[in-house]
Design a binder for this molecule. Structure first.
Ligand code: PMP
Ligand code: GLN
Length: 375
């Protein structure tokens, strides 16, 4: 018996494979195609020759944990206890899966806001939980009436994602206040806050749960160095959670991976001394603006993009095909790969929208936009 009978191969694998098979420009799966920082390479080359090849402690390399605590204090003025509230994970994916499987029991309900990242639902299903998919509003803001209506005595967890993949939207302060009010009424509910794009915000600053004292005590925050340092393949992320919750997560983590790749942890730990996250944010503002400028006279309609490195477009002026078919046609006929937005919804209702990743060299973006503008 399959544990995940209705879960297909991840759309990110499917679209990247199709892009490769057809030699298309790959703006589908979210990863940068520009070189990593030379300083990161130098640190890697030097450390490779040092004693960094055995298991780190189960919760993570102590120096990396310390630096994450310093970063969290600097960015959000939150003091995290490195010994009890932090855990290095094999990317945010493993962090999210581990947290859900440690905290969600058979029959527990988990509220997921659609459109939603593809790993949430399967993680809940493996835990024996019940995903409750609730749509965001048309403008992708949270709808607290439908969220409240979806809460039952069995609701154990709500998952939120800011800045949001795929839409790039970022919650406002009043939306967090409204969430606090809802959660106040239901003290049994925990919050999982996926903040892997915390450093990539454009129109207004990302509001981290790290700055919401009322939420901190019930929240697991997930982040990823893959996103913030352009090393998605290194698979290093982390969780922040209050000690009592973290103790449960650690119990599962130790038997899922025990500890995370040691070399990557050592390199990232040193690199955090020199990296400037503002520079990274500025680079992505420039890339977003460039991509939007390049497409402004095309027949694709650009939706607002407040953060992340994804641009959502609708193609209603171009085709009446559903978004999966149109995304495939875009690869095979026009040479550009994207992600159809319907895959982020429970019932795959067609939205006639696509997501493009602009974490690419300017040359790649220019070449892709040239093809897209001809359609
Ligand atoms: N959450 C979101 C919203 C993501 O977009 C991603 C991947 N890009 C992840 C989690 C997983 O992050 P990681 O690659 O560190 O596993
Ligand atoms: N998070 C990335 C995206 O949204 C992909 C991660 C993956 O391939 N699993 O494109």
């Amino acid at each position: 018996m399959s544990k995940l009978p209705n879960i297909p191969t991840s759309i990110f694998s499917v679209m990247s494979q199709l892009a490769n098979a057809h030699g298309a420009i790959n703006l589908s799966q979210g990863f940068p195609n520009f070189p990593v920082d030379e300083r990161l390479l130098q640190i890697s080359e030097r450390l490779l020759r040092e004693n960094v090849h055995q298991y780190t402690p189960m919760v993570g390399l102590p120096s990396l944990l310390d630096k994450i605590a310093v970063l969290t204090a600097k960015n959000y003025k939150r003091k995290v206890n490195t010994a009890s509230e932090l855990l290095i994970t094999a990317g945010a994916t493993q962090g999210i899966f581990t947290a859900i499987n440690a905290l969600v029991n058979h029959g527990d309900e988990v509220i997921i806001l659609d459109p939603s990242y593809d790993s949430y639902e399967p993680s809940v299903l493996v835990a024996g939980g019940k995903p409750v998919r609730i749509s965001l509003n048309e403008d992708y803001s949270p709808n607290f009436n439908t969220i409240e209506a979806g809460i039952t005595a069995k609701t154990k967890l709500i998952i939120v994602n800011n800045p949001h993949n795929p839409t790039g939207r970022i919650w406002t302060e009043s939306e967090f206040e409204a969430l606090e009010t809802v959660l106040d009424k239901h003290p049994q509910i925990l919050l999982l806050s996926d903040e892997v794009y915390e450093y990539i915000s454009f129109t207004h600053p990302h509001i981290s749960v790290n700055i919401r004292p009322k939420l901190i005590e019930k929240t697991i925050i997930a982040s990823s160095f893959g996103k913030s340092l352009h090393v998605t393949g290194w698979k290093v992320g982390y969780l922040i959670a209050p000690e009592k919750i973290m103790n449960e997560i650690k119990k599962v983590h130790q038997f899922l991976v025990f500890s995370v790749n040691s070399l990557s942890q050592h390199v990232i730990s040193e690199y955090l001394d020199v990296v400037d996250f503002k520079e990274i944010a500025n680079m992505y503002v420039r890339k977003r603006n460039l991509f939007q400028e390049l497409l402004k006279d095309s027949r694709f309609e650009l939706l607002p993009c407040e953060g992340t490195y994804f641009q959502v477009v609708n193609y209603k002026q171009i085709s009446t095909k559903n978004d999966m078919d149109f995304a495939k046609e875009l690869i095979t006929t026009h040479g550009v790969a994207s992600i159809p937005i319907s895959v982020f919804y429970k019932d795959a209702t067609d939205k006639q929208m696509l997501r493009f990743c602009f974490a690419k060299t300017d040359e790649t973006l220019i070449a892709a936009a040239e093809k897209l503008s001809r359609i």
